[in-house]
Write a protein that binds this ligand. Structure first.
Ligand SMILES: *Cc1c(COP(=O)(O)O)cnc(C)c1O
Length: 328
C-alpha cells in the first residue's frame, strides 16, 4: 500500500519495469529460454482457450488423465474444433498421434487424479512428433516441475496453487512456434481471438505491456514471491517437496486401510497427492480441519472415497508431519 502498487498506471514506466522484472525473475526461476515470452492473463482456463483459439484451425489432440484434461478438450469442442482425445493412465510410449493433429494438449499434473507425467515422457513424445506443437498445463506442479523448453512450445499456470497467491492471475510461457502458427492462421483469415489473442499479447509483451488493464497487484505479488523463491533456491524448494512427498506416500503405503489412487510409482504426483480412503474422506477432512489442516475431498465422483493433499512450496515439513500424525 505504501508503494501504491494498486494505483500505478499500466501504461506508465513503473508498470513496464514491473512486467520486465517479473519476466526476468520467472525466467531465472524456471530456466525459460530468452526467446520465450511471458503473458499475463486471467486464469489457467483462459490459457486453455487462448491456446486452442490461437493455434488450431481444425484438429486438436488431447491426452486425458483427469478432469482438467477433459475441461481443456471441452473448450476446444466449444470453439468448434474437431477434438480427438486419448485417455491414458500410463506411459505415452505407444501412443499414436493422428497426422491431422495440430497440437498435443497435455495436463502434465492432473490435480483431480494425482496423475503426473514425468517430463521425459513429454520430451519423448516431442522427439517422436517434432512437427506437432506441445502445450502443457503445469498449474499444480509449478514451480517444482523442471522443464526443458526445447521440447515444449507452451506451458501455463495460474498463481493460486504452487505460488500460494490470491487467485486471479494466469501466466503463459510462450515459444516462437506458437506465434508462427497463430500468424499463419491469421494470414489465412482464421479468427484467433481479439484482445487476448496470442499475437496481440505478444506484440504488447514486447513492450512489457498488456492489452487490457491487468491485475497489477497480482503481478507485483508474483514478482515478490518469485524473488523469495530465487533467494531460497529452486533446488532447495524441489528437495523439500520431494522429501515431503516421500513422507506422505510412505505413510499411506504403510497404512492398513488406505492406499494411493495412482498405482504406478513413476506417475505419482509429488505436488498433488491423491489417496483412496474407503469412505472415510469426510471423516478425515473434518478431523484435520479441527486442527487447522485443510485437505481436499476427492474430485467429482470420488468425493467420498478419496482425499487430496497439496504439497506446495508453502507447506512446511513440520506441518506435514503434524498432519500425518492426525490421520491415523
Ligand atoms: C486449478 C487448475 C486449473 C484451473 O485453474 P484456474 O486458475 O481456475 O483457471 C487448471 N488446470 C489444473 C491442472 C488445475 O489444477
Amino acid at each position: 500500500m505504501e508503494l501504491e502498487i494498486s494505483s500505478i498506471s499500466h501504461r506508465g514506466k513503473d508498470f513496464t519495469k514491473l512486467y520486465q522484472d517479473t519476466t526476468v525473475n520467472l525466467k531465472r526461476l524456471m530456466n525459460i529460454p530468452e526467446n520465450y515470452q511471458i503473458f499475463f492473463v486471467s486464469s489457467a482456463l483462459e490459457s486453455m482457450e487462448r491456446i486452442i483459439q490461437g493455434t488450431v484451425q481444425k484438429n486438436s489432440f488431447h491426452i486425458i488423465t483427469g478432469s482438467f484434461g477433459n475441461t481443456w478438450a471441452k473448450y476446444a469442442k466449444q470453439l468448434g474444433k474437431n477434438v480427438i482425445t486419448y485417455d491414458v493412465k500410463d506411459s505415452l510410449e505407444n501412443i499414436e498421434v493422428p497426422a491431422s493433429a495440430e497440437i498435443i494438449c497435455i495436463t502434465q499434473n492432473d490435480t483431480s487424479t494425482g496423475f503426473w507425467f514425468p517430463m521425459e515422457e513429454i520430451y519423448s513424445l516431442k522427439k517422436k512428433f517434432p512437427e506437432k506443437l506441445i502445450a502443457i498445463d503445469i498449474v499444480s506442479s509449478v514451480p517444482f516441475v523442471e522443464i526443458d523448453f526445447r521440447y515444449v512450445d507452451i506451458a501455463f499456470f495460474s498463481v493460486q496453487k504452487g505460488f500460494g497467491m490470491p487467485a486471479g492471475l494466469g501466466v503463459m510461457i510462450v515459444g516462437p512456434k506458437m506465434l508462427e502458427k497463430a500468424k499463419s492462421l491469421l494470414d489465412k483469415g482464421v479468427s484467433i481471438g481479439s484482445y487476448h489473442s496470442l499475437l496481440n499479447l505478444s506484440s504488447k509483451a514486447l513492450k512489457y505491456q498488456t492489452p487490457e488493464t491487468p491485475n497489477v497487484l497480482g503481478i507485483y505479488l508474483l514478482n515478490q514471491i518469485t524473488m523469495d523463491m530465487l533467494k531460497k533456491g529452486i533446488k532447495n524448494i524441489r528437495q523439500e517437496i520431494t522429501q515431503k512427498a516421500k513422507l506422505i506416500y510412505a505413510f499411506f503405503n504403510n497404512h492398513s486401510k488406505y492406499s494411493t489412487a495412482i498405482k504406478t510409482e513413476k506417475f505419482l504426483s509429488p505436488t498433488t497427492l491423491v489417496f483412496d480412503v474407503n469412505n472415510d474422506s469426510e471423516k478425515i477432512r473434518k478431523k484435520l480441519a479441527k486442527k487447522g489442516f485443510l485437505i481436499g475431498a476427492g474430485y467429482g465422483d470420488n468425493k467420498a472415497s478419496q482425499i487430496r493433499i497439496a504439497n506446495f512450496p508453502t507447506h512446511t515439513l513440520k506441518d506435514v508431519k503434524l498432519m500425518l500424525r492426525e490421520i491415523l
